[in-house]
Design a binder for this molecule. Structure first.
Ligand code: HEC
Length: 135
């Protein structure tokens, strides 16, 4: 019985350390890059109804990697390193200027390319409006 208790205690301690480590390396604690001056403070010039057009932009250009709801579960995203992360989670932490900047300029070191030149500014703002509707 004593031995059993010891094992339970040891196991509990192990579990606690494992969980603590996991929380520290979680994505949520990674600081986000600051928005460069060229983009900082920009806000969406389009109304929220732009999200309807944005849904089409997203389906055609982003969904294969980011997934239909932006959860990072698109078929083409699975093989990537890093994988696309959860866009609604990110959107809750950043302003429209951040999203517009990232989509326009891409994310160095990842498969996220710069979309300016491929999409118009209006289409990028529409995509931003759509991302704002995701949960
Ligand atoms: C080839 C796959 C791929 C496509 C297509 C793609 N992305 Fe990405 N995207 C990524 C990856 C990989 C990242 C980097 C990991 C991450 O932060 O999600 C990323 C990052 C992002 C980020 C920024 C995340 C951050 O941390 O700053 C946004 C916003 C974004 N994508 C939106 C879009 C939009 C909108 C489109 C379509 C116009 C699109 N992506 C198309 C793969 C893709």
């Amino acid at each position: 019985m004593k031995k059993y208790l010891l094992i339970v205690l040891l196991f509990g301690a192990l579990l606690l350390t494992a969980c603590g480590g996991g929380a520290q390396s979680s994505d949520q604690t990674v600081a986000l890059d600051p928005v460069p001056a060229d983009y900082a403070g920009k806000s969406n010039p389009l109304g929220s109804d732009a999200s309807t057009a944005g849904a089409k932009v997203f389906q055609a250009n982003c969904e294969t990697c980011h997934g239909p709801q932006g959860h990072g579960d698109g078929p083409a995203g699975q093989a990537l390193d890093p994988k696309p992360k959860n866009l609604p989670d990110l959107a809750a932490q950043v302003g429209d200027d951040y999203l517009f900047w990232r989509i326009s300029e891409g994310k160095p070191g990842t498969s996220m390319v710069a979309w300016k030149g491929i999409l118009t500014e209006e289409q990028i703002w529409q995509a931003v409006a759509f991302i704002r509707t995701l949960k």
